[in-house]
Design a protein around this ligand. Sequence first.
Ligand code: GLC
Ligand code: MG
Length: 250
Amino acid sequence: MKFLIISDLDNTWVGNDAATIRLQKKLQAERDRFYLVYATGRSFASAVNLMREFWLTTGEPLLAPDCFITGVGSEIYHQGILDYDWAAKISQNWNRSAILPITQAYPQLLPQPESELNPWKISFCLSKSVNSAILDDLKQDLMRNHLAANVVFSSGRDVDILPPGVDKGTAALYIREKFQIPLERTLMCGDSGNDLSLYQHSTLGVIVHNAQPELLSWYQQQANPHIYYAPSSYADGILDAIAHFGLIRD
Ligand code: GLC
Ligand code: MG
């Protein structure tokens, strides 16, 4: 029975080139024994660009995934093609054009580049000096206007507004069901706020050592033996978890 790795890219799978290469070396020999999914906040184009940059700087390819979850779960790509079933599912109860003007009442929210937006994702940066409590005001504003949305805060800076119920975790659940991999054979890997939802579906999970405070403070309130805070950082933390959970037996 294959296992499934669903991993964030920035500061998890990548971030320390030597660690990524160590992890990939271990996994390469077992490539037919697992499915690999990259789950990133980046757009698909930006994720592909990251893969090219990795090859240009290290001379090693990033492992080819079986599919991509991009834009924090707002899009899923199989062989470079958008998953239209997912798109149709998340389009229900999502009114992007009504949400946009509400966000404009918050000048503290600085728009991200157009290339990071898509029909199911509106993204901003919050400047460091602004209290993230304004996100509670934004959520209340959306609620008052009967606009359902999921607001995700990451790295103490990024704000993503997604359709209700959409995040990396629900996209990962959809993929896990498609691939029919049991919970105890599925490993989620991440480092920041937009990865939190990955750990909420009863699978195995690893939080790499270099994780962001917003994810660590959530972790500290959990007592779940299936979520492992790795002693090592970046991709070495994923290696720790593969050994810890016995996913590959030598
Ligand atoms: C990536 C995306 C950005 C998003 C952030 C956090 O950096 O490019 O749009 O806000 O992840 O999810
Ligand atoms: Mg990350």
